[in-house]
Design a protein around this ligand. Structure first.
Ligand code: FMN
Length: 192
């Protein structure tokens, strides 16, 4: 009986989460986020913008997730030709953390010029966005309009936190806590 239960547990497919990492100084926090997601039993696949790969090496995420990491333009990705479609179609959620002002704007306008933006545009399930940027970038009406556009479309855009920013300014723009990102992702998946 015990062995049977174990088999049932082992056969249950883990929820796939796509974690998109973009070119923010907060990108290093995504490595810890991967660990938290794995502790939740989620199977995490990481995708990065080209800029993000300058902040944290793809190898870090590859080692943590045990999956290849897609970086940059879709046609340059060596892992799977249609990785942006394959993963976005079966992921329980697509989480972008940290999300730059630039990528946020691309999402709002439906651009799909790299593996992260193409994956979000093709997402079949919930999308969670955790922005991180300088306060002036965050408060810029263009960014605020982009946030509103995404929220109106049902994207879960998390609030930024206030405090000391990496650039030395103090204000709103810090990546929210990993706890908040985890809770929002779980909630987004529950609601479908
Ligand atoms: C040290 C440093 C830190 C940066 N941090 C951020 C940030 O937190 N948020 C942001 O929107 N842009 C930030 N930028 C600017 C982005 O890296 C830049 O806009 C880049 O083109 C973003 O590329 P991506 O959006 O394709 O990842 C930073 C730039 C530098 C040099």
């Amino acid at each position: 009986m015990k062995a049977q239960n174990r088999n049932v547990k082992e056969n249950k497919a883990a929820t796939t989460i796509v974690l998109g990492v973009t070119g923010s100084i907060a990108a290093y926090k995504a490595a810890e986020l991967v660990r938290r997601m794995q502790q939740q039993g989620w199977d995490v696949w990481v995708m990065m913008t080209e800029a993000a790969a300058k902040y944290v090496g793809p190898l870090t995420f590859q080692a943590l997730t045990k999956h290849p990491v897609a970086v940059g333009r879709c046609e340059a990705v060596e892992t799977s030709v249609y990785q942006h479609l394959d993963l976005s179609g079966r992921a329980g959620a697509v989480v972008i953390a940290p999300c730059t002002a630039n990528v946020l704007a691309k999402f709002a306008h439906g651009l799909a010029d790299d593996v992260v933006t193409a994956t979000v545009l093709a997402a079949a399930g919930p999308v969670v966005v955790a922005p991180a940027m300088n306060e002036r970038m965050w408060r810029n009406p263009a960014t605020q309009a982009n946030v509103q556009t995404l929220k109106d479309r049902g994207v879960l855009v998390l609030e930024v936190a206030a405090g000391e920013l990496a650039c030395g300014d103090v204000g709103a723009g810090r990546l929210t806590t990993l706890e908040n990102i985890m809770a929002a992702t779980a909630q987004a998946m529950e609601q479908g």
